[in-house]
Design a protein around this ligand. Sequence first.
Ligand SMILES: NC(=O)c1ccc[n+]([C@@H]2O[C@H](COP(=O)([O-])OP(=O)(O)OC[C@H]3O[C@@H](n4cnc5c(N)ncnc54)[C@H](O)[C@@H]3O)[C@@H](O)[C@H]2O)c1
Length: 270
Amino acid sequence: MSNALLKGKKGIIFGALDEKSIAWKTALKCHEEGAQIVLTNAPVALRMGEINKLAEAVKAPVIGADVTNMDDLKKLFEESMKHFGGKIDFVLHSIGMSLNMRKGKSYTEIDYGFNQKTLDISAMSLHRVLRTAWDLDALNEWASVVALTYIAAQRVFPDYNEMADAKSLLESVTRSFGYHYALKKKVRVNTISQSPTRTTAGSGVKGFDGFITYAEKMSPLGNASSEDCANYIAVMFSDYTRMVTMQNLFHDGGFSYTGVTAEVINQMEK
Ligand SMILES: NC(=O)c1ccc[n+]([C@@H]2O[C@H](COP(=O)([O-])OP(=O)(O)OC[C@H]3O[C@@H](n4cnc5c(N)ncnc54)[C@H](O)[C@@H]3O)[C@@H](O)[C@H]2O)c1
């Protein structure tokens, strides 16, 4: 159902890899709510070709950009503004990648070269995106930028590995850049801390099946789905959340504030 929440708004969505991606669901939702979109992902992800299906569905051009490459980002924002015939109202940063996890390295034995790449792709990339928009003056007043994060930034989830550090940095960049962008142009920058979700990035976490089931039992509302997340992101892109900035917003069915649930206690008593 559409409420035309984003009618007339124009935005860039990073990170739609396949139908399971949170960015994919968000692109569908934003389109349904009346937004015009540009889709982007790393050139290597575009070669999979899946994104073309989404592009057709939401009538969006696809512009490749490796988020660690400033020339790519400049080209992306310039071409997007040309396509829209004006500045941009929202940006979704839905990007995560851990090289050490990919290589099977545990937290206590990480390779620091890989670690630098992980932090660059998963966290400093938000700074790069905001900096590019800032330098080009690409965002409209009251534009909204959302990045996706996970509660391992605040609490220990051992198998989340170096991504916990990456998410802490991502949330810090959100606050720090959010301050400057609010003063300069009333641009809002927030993170949404999402429940574990079955996607390519999510399933890369060791022991993911146990992890997602545990979170389900520890969340009074249950885990938030990627469709629920897309709905929340659409609200954050809308004018109904104009005074929200520099926040980490938990979208997790209550998990973050729950000490224990009856279901988990029952399980322990068995
Ligand atoms: N799935 C979960 O359980 C979960 C929970 C909380 C937060 N998140 C976060 O949500 C976001 C989206 O992940 P997802 O779960 O939809 O998985 P996903 O694998 O579908 O999306 C990750 C995306 O990052 C992109 N990417 C990787 N390297 C890149 C680069 N150099 N340049 C540009 N793009 C690059 C990938 O191509 C992919 O599209 C991530 O930030 C992730 O950490 C996921």
